[in-house]
Structures are given as structure tokens and as C-alpha cells.
Design a protein around this ligand. Structure first.
Ligand SMILES: NC(=O)c1ccc[n+]([C@@H]2O[C@H](COP(=O)([O-])OP(=O)(O)OC[C@H]3O[C@@H](n4cnc5c(N)ncnc54)[C@H](OP(=O)(O)O)[C@@H]3O)[C@@H](O)[C@H]2O)c1
Length: 298
């Protein structure tokens, strides 16, 4: 079996190469672009260039080195019928759960109000609501959302998820979510999903956390909802354009907290183990999970 690695970071490509050689000792493994035309049976990668799909015209499947495949599906040379298998959790769920818990906890425990008190040199107890009445809504109910729910539950928060297959009405889900966490893929359906109309459905003072993809949110509508006082703020890990352009209003907005797409990074150890296991099974015709539905876009 011939396996090709393609990664935007040379150091990561090197790690993937070493690990795959160790995990699949009978396979030949090369790193793009040092490969002859039509050599690879399988490719593994993150943001592969279109030239890879043009040169490697005998691929049987592509294994994404990420959970989200929106970038990959936009690749103009991606062959129509090529099976794509994505990463499932592989250590990202726990990271994302911790990230969201930190942000939810900061909101619930009124840490910004305490900071304002501190700066005003005021000593005072601020009442919190009953935790069991503080509902956190997660848009998405997949592999990563499930880990967020686990984390929230273990700290006594109430949570609810919303997905394509939900029976709960969107209006009901949004109007009861004090914190809204976005954890769904970017697809033609979710592109620009969170606009003025949907932000208006959230209760006054709601807080938004986006760990999914920037394209789910209409930036100007989010800013307007915060500036009008309807939303209390937002924590954003992902952006429509990354790195976020220096001129973007998000950078210096007082109600926004930002991180540079780090809420759940790909961990090479668990990821290579998962991909090697799936590759082995797939090559033998055995069933695997994580096969992307190209029609749905995730
Ligand atoms: N910020 C980061 O560092 C980072 C890291 C990893 C992943 N991510 C993002 O997180 C996303 C989720 O990952 P995952 O592994 O949990 O994905 P997943 O297991 O495929 O779950 C996706 C969930 O989103 C729901 N969904 C899809 N389209 C929807 C729509 N139109 N309306 C409502 N719900 C919809 C799905 O609904 P059904 O259950 O009905 O199918 C499913 O519950 C990834 O796609 C990626 O973009 C971000």
C-alpha cells in the first residue's frame, strides 16, 4: 500500500511520515511533493494543493488530518467520487470541552463583573443564578459536541443540543439558550446561518461561543447584536478569514474575546493512530466510521 502525506507545515508532515511508517510497517510512505505521478493509493492531509489530486490520479481514498472538511470540499481538483474520511475526536473533544467550559464558567460566575469591581476597588458578592436553570445550547450534536455536553454536565450545567436531525424547533432551542456554542460544520446549509434574525431569537444578554467555523456567523450582524446590547458578548476561536485581517472590528471590540483557532488542535499521536487503524480496515474492505457524506458536506 502506497501512502502519501501532505501537510501545510513541514514539521507536521515529517511527524505524520514517521508515525505512519511505524504504525503501518508494510506500507510505503512518501511526503508530497516528492512523489511520482499516480504513485499513491491513499493520501492523508491538511489543506492539500489541487496539484496533488491532479498528479495522484489513482487514489482510493483521502484521509483528512482534521475534523472539518469544508476546505477540502472546496478544492477544485478533488475528484467527485473520491471517498473522504475525516478525523473523529482523536483528542480534540476534551480540548474543546475544556475551552467551552472555561468560557461558560466565566460567564456564569460573572468574572467580567468581578473584574470591573476589582478595577473600581469594590469588594462585593455578586449573586449567580441556579446552575440548573442556566441552559447552554450547542448548535451541533456530533462527536465534539457530545464531549462538550459531558464536560458541562459534570459541572452541573443544563445543556441542550440542536442538529439537522433535531425534533426541537430552532426558535425554542435558541430562545432558551443563555450561552450558545457553535459546534457544527461549515456547509452550504450552515454558511451565514447565524444572522441578525437568528441572533434576535436568543434571550437578551445571551453569550455566543464559536468553535466551529467563522463562516457560520455573519460578522456585522454579530457586532450589531452586541452593540445594541441584545447579546452580552462573544468568544470567537474561528473566523471567516484566518488570520483575521488587522482592520477587522473584532480585534478591539470590548465584548469580544478571541483565540487564533486553537480550541481543539490536531494531536498527531492520537490522529495518526486513528488514521492508521482506519486505513488498515478500509484497505481490507472492513467498515469504518468518519466517511464524509459529500452531499451533506460533513
Ligand atoms: N476550532 C477548532 O479548533 C476546531 C477543531 C475541530 C473541529 N472544528 C469544527 O467542529 C465541527 C464539528 O465537528 P464534529 O467532529 O463534532 O462533527 P460531526 O461529528 O460531523 O457533527 C456535526 C454536527 O453538526 C450537525 N449539523 C450539520 N449541519 C447542520 C445544520 N444545517 N443544522 C444543524 N446542525 C447541523 C450534525 O447534525 P446531525 O447529527 O443531524 O447529522 C451533527 O450533529 C467541524 O466540522 C469543524 O468545523 C473546529
Amino acid at each position: 500500500m502506497n501512502i502519501l502525506i501532505s501537510h501545510t507545515h513541514a514539521q507536521s508532515a515529517k511527524r505524520w511520515h514517521e508515525e505512519m511508517l511505524m504504525l503501518l510497517p508494510n506500507a510505503s510512505v512518501k511526503v508530497w511533493p516528492d512523489v511520482e505521478q499516480g504513485w499513491a493509493d491513499y493520501a492523508i492531509g491538511w489543506q492539500p494543493p489541487k496539484e496533488l489530486f491532479i498528479s495522484q490520479n489513482k487514489l482510493k481514498a483521502f484521509f483528512s488530518a482534521a475534523a472539518g472538511v469544508d476546505h477540502l470540499l472546496k478544492n477544485p481538483a478533488l475528484p467527485k467520487g473520491l471517498p473522504i474520511i475525516r478525523l473523529e475526536d482523536a483528542g480534540m473533544g476534551l480540548q474543546m470541552a475544556e475551552y467551552c467550559l472555561l468560557e461558560v464558567g466565566r460567564q456564569y460566575h460573572r468574572r467580567d463583573d468581578y473584574l470591573a469591581q476589582q478595577h473600581a476597588q469594590t469588594w462585593g458578592f455578586l449573586k449567580s443564578e441556579k446552575r440548573s436553570e442556566y441552559v447552554v445550547g450547542i448548535f451541533g450534536a456530533g462527536v465534539l459536541a457530545k464531549e462538550i455536553v459531558k464536560g458541562l454536565t459534570s459541572f452541573g450545567y443544563r445543556s441542550q443540543t440542536y442538529s439537522r436531525s433535531s425534533t426541537q424547533a430552532l426558535a425554542d432551542f435558541l430562545s432558551t439558550s443563555r450561552v450558545l456554542i457553535l459546534c457544527a460544520p461549515l456547509t452550504p446549509e450552515t454558511q451565514d446561518y447565524f444572522n441578525a434574525e437568528r441572533f434576535a431569537m436568543l434571550p437578551k444578554g445571551a453569550y455566543v461561543i464559536n468553535v466551529a467555523r467563522g463562516g457560520l456567523v455573519v460578522d456585522d450582524d454579530l457586532l450589531a447584536a452586541m452593540d445594541s446590547g441584545h447579546l452580552s458578548g462573544a468568544t470567537l476561536d474561528v473566523f471567516r478569514e484566518e488570520p483575521l485581517p488587522k482592520t477587522h472590528r473584532f480585534w478591539l471590540h470590548p465584548k469580544i474575546r478571541m483565540t487564533p483557532h486553537v480550541s481543539a488542535v490536531t494531536l498527531i499521536g492520537p490522529s495518526t493512530k486513528q488514521v492508521a487503524m482506519k486505513l488498515d480496515r478500509y484497505s481490507k474492505g472492513e467498515p469504518i466510521t468518519g466517511l464524509v457524506d459529500r452531499k451533506k458536506g460533513y
